[in-house]
Design a protein around this ligand. Sequence first.
Ligand code: SF4
Length: 100
Amino acid sequence: MTDMLEMPRVHECTVTDCGYNHDGCHAFAITIGQENGHQNANCATFIDTSAKGGLDRVIAQVGACKRSDCQHNAELECHAPSIRVGPGQDIADCQTYQPR
Ligand code: SF4
C-alpha cells in the first residue's frame, strides 16, 4: 500500500479557471477520473468557479485515480513520481496519463 507521504504530487496545473488553482493546485488531494467512452483521464476535482479554495500551504497530491489502464496505475493508485494537469480533451486532464 502506498504511504500517504509518498503520494504523487501535482507538479503543475495550468487550469486557471479551477477554484483550487491559485499559483498551482491547492486541493489537499485530487481524484483522476474517467468519463464513459472517453480516452482522457480527467481531473474529477476540477470546479469551474471564481471562488478560490483549498489549503494555502498545500501542494496537491493524487488521492485516487480511476484510470486502471494507465501505466502508472496499480490497484487504482497512481505511482508516477509526479503528475501534470492541464487542458486536453477535457478542460482539466492528467497529462501524465500513459495508456498501457
Ligand atoms: S499518471 Fe496515470 S495513474 Fe497517475 S494520475 Fe495520471 S492517469 Fe492516473
